[in-house]
Structures are given as C-alpha cells and as structure tokens.
Design a protein around this ligand. Structure first.
Ligand code: 5RP
Length: 230
C-alpha cells in the first residue's frame, strides 16, 4: 500500500527533507525532468505535490516512483518521447568527493542509470550519512539476467569480491540483484568499466562514468549544503 504524502513528509528525517527541499529550487517550472527512486525522492515528490504547476510531467526510475507521481497528480512520461531531459534528481547509497556514487539499494539502478545518462544535469540528494571518502562500505548492487546469476557471481569472486544474492527481489525489468561485498573501489571508473564487460551483467550500481553534477547534502540540523565534484 502506498503511504500518503502527508505521512511521507511528517516521517521524513530532517537531513532527507532538507536535501529534497533545497532541490526544489533546481527545478524549472513546467519542464519535464527525471525523478529517481528511494525514500529521499519520495520526500521530493511529496514536496512537489505542494507546489501545483511546478512539475506537470516526469520520467520515473521505478514503478514505485511512478505510483507516487500519479498519486501526486503528475503525469508519468515515457523517456522515448521526451528526448534529452534538462534535469535528473535522485538519491544515492554512497557519494565520494568526486561525486561518484553507489546506487541500487532500492534495486532501481538500471532505470536510474538510463535516466542519468539521458539528462544534461544530475542533482543527487542525500542526507549526510551517505558521504564517504571512498566508495565500498555499502555493498555494490549489480543487476543480472536470471540465467546468468551464478556465472556473474563467479566472475565477481574472481575479482576478489563476495557477491550475495538479494533473495526475493525481482527488479522492474524482471532481473535479479547481487550485492557485492568487499570490493576495493580505489578507481570507480575503472571498476565500472570492468564490471560492464561481464556477460549477463545488466547494470552495476557504480555511477562513475556518469556521476552526479551536484550533490545536495541534508544535515540533521535541517540545513542543506551544496557540493560540486572535487
Ligand atoms: C535506489 C537507489 C536510491 O537512490 C538509494 O537507495 C537511496 O535511497 P534513499 O533515498 O532511500 O536513502 O539507488 O535504487
């Protein structure tokens, strides 16, 4: 069941709410945009609903975000019809100083990566618990074709990491998730490239080739800080 937007806002931790609130100023009124997936994005959609006319249509990164947009009276747009988007707003599981990200905690990484790639600007919104010096404490999610699950897992082991099958999860694309522990991510772009070369691996949750252009970090005191790639 979909939690209503008033509850989303009243339950939102101050850091997530601060980041989502600050992101409203990046939105050009009436322009189509991409909206990611996760609890911080849910707060953003709830805030958008309170400003009628600000967003009339958006491309959603997950079926859950689609439902939230529809409940807020916002048209869900097809990326095949919008062309390049000016703006994509999404959360993250980890962010490093170069604004490379780990994403996919909510299993929406493939659509998230597609919309990020199809957008001119990617604004990441997160609370300050997501900021790290080096990516990798959060297990790296990868989406795999079901028949390739064991093969991809063996390749990950050969790369020195420890893949864990996310039981009971099927992505919006009908695929499976492996959460990879113990990756040493000192070169996010190089690792993303290596992972992308594995047959049967659909998407890895490293967003480094196309990281964020701006990070809005919400703090527990309710203030937000803007960070550009360092
Ligand atoms: C989903 C994601 C989310 O952006 C990420 O998990 C952050 O979620 P939250 O805003 O709930 O902390 O990548 O696949």
């Amino acid at each position: 069941m979909l939690v209503d937007n008033a509850t989303v806002l009243s339950d939102a931790p101050p850091g997530k709410r601060a980041a989502a609130e600050a992101a409203l100023s990046r939105i050009e009124e009436g322009a189509p945009l991409g909206i990611g997936s996760g609890s911080t994005v849910d707060v953003l959609v709830a805030l958008i609903e309170r400003q009628p006319g600000l967003v009339t249509g958006a491309v959603a990164a997950s079926s859950k975000t689609e439902q939230r947009l529809q409940a807020a009276g916002i048209e869900v747009l097809d990326l095949n019809m919008t062309g390049t988007l000016e703006l994509y707003i999404d959360g993250a599981d980890e962010v490093d100083p170069g604004l490379n990200l780990i994403k996919g905690g909510g299993a929406a990484l493939t659509r998230e990566k597609i919309i990020a790639a199809a957008s001119r600007r990617f604004v990441c919104i997160a609370d300050d618990s997501k900021r790290v010096e080096q990516l990798g404490d959060f297990p790296l999610p990868i989406e795999v074709i079901p028949m390739a699950r064991s093969y991809v897992a063996r390749q990950i082991v050969l790369m020195g990491a420890d893949p864990e099958y996310r039981e009971g999860v099927v992505t919006d694309n009908g695929n499976l998730i492996l959460d990879c522990h113990e990756f040493s991510i000192d070169d996010p772009k190089a690792l993303e490239k290596r992972l992308n070369a594995i047959a049967g691996l659909v998407t890895c949750g490293l967003f480094a080739a196309r990281g964020a252009d701006e990070l809005i970090l919400g703090r527990p005191d309710g203030k937000a800080e803007t960070i550009l790639p360092g």
